[in-house]
Write a protein of this length. Sequence first.
Lengths: 108, 116
Amino acid sequence: GQNIDQPTEMTATEGAIVQINCTYQTSGFNGLFWYQQHAGEAPTFLSYNVLDGLEEKGRFSSFLSRSKGYSYLLLKELQMKDSASYLCAVDNDYKLSFGAGTTVTVRA
Amino acid sequence: GAGVSQSPSNKVTEKGKDVELRCDPISGHTALYWYRQSLGQGLEFLIYFQGNSAPDKSGLPSDRFSAERTGGSVSTLTIQRTQQEDSAVYLCASSSETGGPGNTIYFGEGSWLTVV
């Protein structure tokens, strides 16, 4: 079976940094995705990691360690619009298995 | 089209009725997925279509659920004899490849189903 764990909620202050951890145990692995989902909207793609290490994309960075079954999404210089749910998803052959999502609340 | 299009965007139905949800994927995308998201929950995989291959139906929760994809494009998810626990957002997604970075899947806005 697939097991993807991430914290339920996180709160941070505008301008700060937040790190969202994701651990996974899956029967297959072809890469790990992070998606952002605002309330009432569809998930949108943020990042993809298939090799170990850090991928940086503007204010957002994603890290992967395949040996540890671990990833994190780092959000820097938080803005109010970053308040959303962040979904960790493992590419297992051809389909994505999603975690339950981490709701990030950014406070002024 | 420019994005994944789903209809209806909202559907309220009575328990026991059948519903059909439609998905029009991004033009040229060969892979199509249906996911379900209940309130406050993660995305639950339902079914996957890829080209002319047999679909992966392993995520369908019961035999009341079925899906078709005609002509390799538009897909219809049918729920028969709806139950209250079927209330959720049904998300359709498509991608141009299978596996790897090309497997970035793009979601539609979802069909919000409420069974009363």
